[in-house]
Design a protein around this ligand. Structure first.
Ligand code: ADP
Length: 424
């Protein structure tokens, strides 16, 4: 298998017609990220971030046409943040009236069992996302707030919710079920949901497109390695397992999250260290992972520490890689045949060293990395395995905002892509 040149790839999205652009909003607990996207061509027309919402001084960055506008000003809440963003579009450009906004797409972290695909937002949808707050107390409240403010300020266009969990709603029951008392689990929605679904789905579609293959014919392991990190096993475009669970805490070692641990660690610390639920939540979500082990969650900084001889940083790196190898082995067993291992997100796209370390010693699984190919940098999907392997190892830059924009068009138009998957 080899990469089909861009010019020879059909664009399945040309059928969307000239719909204009989609404003994609990603509301975090103290930040708002936005991007104005052309869902057909795929380019980001403008983008921005507003950070430190609710603090005494917020940081605003808006990028358009090669220019970056930066401001420091007080941003009391998400309403103020969105107002600032809309003003910047008017002041710096592009004017939204000229860009012809077709829809607003909202990234929503938790869709529970209620949402297995993107939906056009009405009051009922907002209520349901709000009802899911107990499952995602760190994320869904900001998402609801972002939706309410945006519907208020942009009332004339459809708003669409795109859920991080939706792709994984088709996991088989044996993969999403935790082996705990069924009644307790049912009563409280305790099961594996999976996250980063938009990214995993995008990468799966993109791989098929760049290889000129049908997604139905490919088995893949996708490794989304950003600050948060997750792995998925995908058979013929349908996920059969993923590493994140009830929340995004389970699975791989992440920037600040522990990933898999023995749940009894929690009881042990509650009983012996006197930690309460909130302290344990903070410990495992914010004071663990690479940061917990080495005091540093950025892979580039971790590398510098390792080069300077820091033993904690070395151990953190080794724990991170060991966990990834275990997931690849497990997902290999689940899939039986693996056609592609795809690395994506900040670490996956940029760290040749992580990719090489993860694949080192996996030759017996048909997985290997070619040093020269792995060293190539760039924004395009690429193959980094040598020619002899049965499994392609690839680097596939993720574009979550574009995937959200395309899912918006599908939701508004009532389209279902022929393959049942939003291709890249
Ligand atoms: P998120 O969206 O989860 O915040 P990203 O996908 O943007 O995360 O990834 C962020 C991480 O990517 C950073 O913490 C950093 O460790 C890593 N990263 C970015 N660039 C590089 C690089 N050149 N080499 C190694 N790691 C990198």
């Amino acid at each position: 298998m080899s990469i089909v040149p861009e010019a020879e790839r059909p664009n399945p999205y040309s059928a969307y017609g000239a719909h204009g652009s989609v404003l994609v909003l990603n509301s975090g607990s103290s930040s708002l990220k936005y991007q104005l996207v052309n869902p057909v061509g795929g380019e980001a027309i403008a983008r921005g971030t507003i950070e430190r919402i609710g603090e005494s001084s917020g940081i605003v960055t808006h990028r358009f046409a090669g220019n970056t506008t930066e401001r420091e000003l007080e941003v009391p809440d998400h309403g103020a943040a969105l107002r600032i963003a809309l003003e910047l579009f008017e002041e710096v450009g592009p004017r939204l009236a000229d860009a012809g906004i077709y829809a607003v797409g909202h990234r929503v972290v938790h869709g529970g069992e209620l949402f297995s695909r993107p939906v056009v937002i009405d009051d009922d949808v907002v209520t349901k996302i709000h009802d899911l707050v107990p499952l995602a107390p760190l994320h869904n409240p900001a998402n609801v707030q972002g939706i309410e403010v945006a519907r208020d300020l942009l009332p004339d266009v459809p708003h669409v919710a795109v859920f991080d969990t939706a792709f994984f709603q088709s996991l088989p029951e044996h993969a999403y079920t935790y082996a705990i008392d069924r009644e307790v689990a049912r009563a409280h929605g305790v099961r594996r949901y999976g996250f980063h679904g938009t990214s995993h789905q995008y990468v799966v579609g993109k791989v098929a497109r760049v290889l000129g293959r049908r997604v139905q014919d490919l088995n893949m392991i996708v490794l989304h390695l950003g600050n948060g990190a997750s792995a998925s096993a995908v058979r013929g475009g349908v996920p059969v397992d993923t590493s994140m669970g009830l929340t995004p805490l389970e699975g791989l070692v992440m920037g600040t999250r522990s990933g898999d641990i023995d749940p009894a660690v929690v009881f042990h610390l509650a009983r012996n260290a006197g930690m309460d639920v909130d302290e344990l939540d903070t410990l495992l979500n914010k004071r663990s992972g690479l940061k917990g082990l080495a005091g540093e969650n950025d892979m580039r900084e971790l590398r510098r520490l390792i080069d300077a001889g820091d033993d904690d940083a070395r151990l953190a790196f080794d724990v991170y890689i060991h966990r990834l190898k275990k997931y690849i082995g497990a997902y290999h067993a689940v899939l039986g045949r693996v056609d592609v291992v795809a690395f994506t997100a900040g670490v996956g796209e940029n760290s040749a060293e992580v990719r090489a370390a993860v694949c080192d010693g996996l030759e017996s699984l048909g997985i290997d990395v070619d040093e020269t190919r792995n060293a190539v940098r760039g924004d395009e999907p690429r193959i980094i395995s040598p020619d002899w392997t049965s499994t392609l190892v690839m680097v596939v830059p993720t574009m979550e905002e574009l995937a959200i924009a395309r899912q918006c068009v599908e939701a508004v138009e009532g389209l279902r892509p022929a393959s049942g998957i939003t291709a890249g």
